[in-house]
Design a protein around this ligand. Structure first.
Ligand SMILES: *Cc1c(COP(=O)(O)O)cnc(C)c1O
Length: 427
């Protein structure tokens, strides 16, 4: 029997009797720019084993978890040891004790949300990747350039990207919203109709922000074109200026067009713990090919119920602790620490004559390289002349060429030392 089947494959070959791969996954780069950074840093370390390297490129927090969070974690672990308080599966959408705190925080900025609209998650990245599952395959997706790479890669892996133009590294079905010095690295509305728009505000990698008036143009566009906005608010707690919206739902009509993705990763140091939440307002509609309206939250609920059993109780208790009076004070101290680092970088580099964006409502500072040399060339210069690692802007898209991303996610001492090195041209 077996040999008959193999002959069928070999000689007839009209039926692929083998497990097939989802080839869309092969279209994303196997080696990321971030691997390339590590490769170059390792090469540097081999040559200079004793160098005191300062890393100002990483998009990850570095300070330990707030005390209140740690206390909540310990308490929750102890609850799991006692038959009276042990918790098994929780609600797939998340525990009410956490959802209630989230709703209260939204109310404090004048946003009233439905309890049903909140979904506790394992963090923002998986939500960004998974949102494609509940949206039609034929949607046209718009992303900014430069961009947080997950928006583009998720679009490619879901089979929506079309064909790659090798020359400009752009995919035929993705609409790229080019950001440049001419627009202060803010995205401009698309000229054509797009169905799904990824917006990250405050922005990673550029640190720039859309204010209320600017964001309203996007909401109005989405209402007019029946598009939806996937609003990545990973850095909403870094906002310091009053005209920048904390939430897209501060904008009139946004509940009809936007989902908002938030995470405790950057706001409370949860990058290793993993917790966040996503808002799907009941007003937000998508359409069937017959033109019938469907609440997107209904599709997302089905997805949640079938693909996950939720986030661990222990981690949700830790997230809840960020809302107590002490928890709030500790998390805002944490965010402030990074923001002060960012302002040190911003002030020093703009003082030295660099073209500088961000660093005010964001831990990220986006700078033009000296004489607009290519990002990777300046990367090598910083590495070998100053023993500093920053992220080449081109890693975030072609419009990032000639730019670098610095971050405030380092220690105060290392940040100050790095600025001294750049000022003095030393290491
Ligand atoms: C860090 C980051 C995320 C990922 O957050 P997690 O909750 O840790 O998955 C998502 N979006 C942006 C823009 C980020 O910078």
């Amino acid at each position: 029997m077996y040999s008959v089947w193999s002959k069928t494959i070999l000689f007839h070959n009209f039926l692929p009797l083998m497990a097939l791969a989802n080839e869309n996954y092969l279209k994303t780069p196997e080696i990321s720019y971030f691997d390339e950074i590590e490769k170059r840093v390792n090469a540097f370390k081999t040559i200079h084993p004793n160098a005191k390297l300062i890393r100002l490129g990483v998009g990850d927090v570095t300070r330990p978890l707030p005390n209140e969070v740690l206390k909540a974690l310990h308490d929750a672990v102890n609850e799991q040891a006692d038959v009276e308080t042990f918790k098994g599966y929780g609600p797939p959408k998340g525990y009410d004790f956490l959802i209630d705190k989230i709703l209260k925080e939204y109310r404090s900025i004048g946003v009233t949300l439905d309890k049903e609209s909140i979904f506790i998650s394992h963090g923002a990245k998986s939500e960004i990747g998974n949102i494609g599952h509940v949206l039609g395959r034929d949607n046209i997706i718009a992303i900014t350039d430069p961009v947080y790479p997950v928006y583009e890669n998720a679009t490619i892996m879901s089979g929506r990207a079309g064909f790659l133009n090798e020359e400009d590294q752009k995919w035929s079905n993705i609409v790229y919203l080019r950001c440049s010095s001419e627009t202060n690295f803010l995205p401009q509305l698309p000229n054509e109709k797009v169905d799904v728009i990824y917006l990250c505000n405050p922005n990673n990698p550029t640190g720039t922000v859309l204010n209320r008036v600017e964001l309203k143009h996007w909401v109005d566009y989405a209402i007019e074109h029946r598009s939806i906005i996937v609003y990545d608010g990973a850095y909403h707690t870094y906002i310091t200026e009053p005209d920048i919206p904390q939430s897209i739902y501060e904008i009139k009509g946004a509940k009809k067009v936007a989902i908002e993705i938030r995470t405790y990763s950057k706001s409370a140091g949860f990058t290793g713990l993993r917790c966040g939440y996503t808002v799907f307002p009941p007003e937000l509609m998508v359409f069937t090919k017959m033109g019938e309206q469907v609440q997107l939250t209904k599709l997302w609920s089905r997805r949640k119920f079938n693909y996950t059993n939720g986030v661990s109780y222990i981690v949700q208790k830790a997230a809840e602790a960020t809302y107590s009076r002490k928890g709030k004070a500790e998390t805002s101290e944490l965010v402030n620490y990074y923001l002060i680092n960012a302002s040190i970088i911003r002030n020093e580099l703009s003082g030295l004559g660099f073209e500088v964006y961000g660093g005010i409502n964001s831990p990220y500072i986006w700078i033009g390289t000296p004489e607009h040399q290519p990002s990777w060339k300046y990367f090598q210069q910083l590495l070998y002349e100053n023993h500093i690692v920053a992220t080449p802007g081109v890693a975030f898209g072609m419009s990032g060429e000639g730019y670098m991303r610095f971050t405030g996610f380092s220690s105060r001492e290392a940040t100050e030392e790095a600025m001294k090195r750049i000022r003095n041209g030393s290491f």
